[in-house]
Design a protein around this ligand. Structure first.
Ligand code: 5BU
Length: 266
């Protein structure tokens, strides 16, 4: 099977349903790109799926930044994402105690009903992962939590000591899909991969073909270098959605990430 061959130990050491689903989608579409779909209108979001859906494996959302959000239009948007063979990843960065996080998976946005993945800080302790998993169970669905082990933004407070505790606790938890690492610093990422081993995935924001500083403290590193340092998915936002030709750019990121995965395996 192609996914097993391409992903090697990442596949054999990771049996989480959602992790394997991602690895299969990535192989089918030959891309390790997650698009950060940071558009604030529903029309803008639909346009992104239509233009770049075939070059990406997952769609990362911030459901609370859409100006004209309605439950009905979001439902259609999620169906379009599923039809385009995309995992849906709500970057909600949950951080509360377990019981409240479970409730926050419901509410107006009802994140548990449509997300395949969510992000969480481990600042409140490991019960947050149980709370989020209970949220998906409440509606009979499966999902995976990505824990923030590092961040891409300048001056963030996720220092190495904190990172290693997140990794130690996260590695031991079945409900953890993987970790967010800093895509802008390959050397930090390589250390994270060493600590994580092969049993969990690492996804990385802070990636752009134009490396350097971004808006308001964002930092960018090169997609190929991020994958070679141990990233399993590059999260790219403005590099694609603000490009003059988003379809062409998405394909460039797809090729850079996929070729780097093949190179990593040699
Ligand atoms: P950009 O346009 O490629 O800079 O978008 C990056 C996206 O990744 C954006 O949606 C952020 O919320 C998200 N992000 C990040 O940039 N850095 C982090 O450490 C984390 C998430 Br966690």
């Amino acid at each position: 099977m192609q996914a097993e061959r391409v992903w090697g130990r990442r596949w054999s050491e990771n049996t989480l349903v959602m992790a394997r689903k991602y690895m299969e989608v990535a192989c089918r579409k030959q891309t390790l790109v997650c698009l950060a779909a940071d558009r604030n209108t529903m029309a803008g979001l639909f346009e992104l799926i239509e233009k770049v859906g075939s070059s990406i494996a997952a769609l990362k959302t911030h459901v609370d930044l859409v100006d004209d959000w309605t439950a009905e239009s979001w439902d259609r948007f999620c169906k379009a994402a599923q039809d385009a063979d995309l995992l849906i990843f709500e970057d909600r960065k949950f951080a509360d105690i377990g019981g409240i996080s479970r409730k926050q998976m419901a509410g107006v946005y009802n994140i548990r009903a449509w997300s395949d993945l969510v992000t969480a800080h481990l600042i409140s302790g490991p019960d947050i992962v149980d709370g989020l998993q209970a949220g998906w169970s409440d509606v009979g669905r499966n999902g995976g939590v990505l824990l923030l082990a590092q961040m891409s933004s300048r001056g963030n407070l996720l220092k190495p000591e904190y990172t290693s505790q997140v990794v130690a606790k996260g590695k031991a938890h079945e409900g953890v899909f993987g970790f967010i690492g800093n895509g802008s610093r390959p050397e930090e990422l390589a250390l994270l991969r060493e600590a994580v081993g092969d049993g969990k995935l690492i996804w990385t924001p802070g990636v752009n073909l134009a490396v350097g500083d971004g808006e308001m403290g964002q930092r960018y590193g090169d997609p190929r270098e991020a994958v070679l340092a141990g990233s399993d998915c590059i999260i790219v936002g403005s590099g694609i959605h603000k490009a003059e030709n988003p379809a062409q750019q998405a394909q460039a990121y797809a090729e850079a990430s996929w070729n780097a995965l093949i190179e990593r395996n040699k």
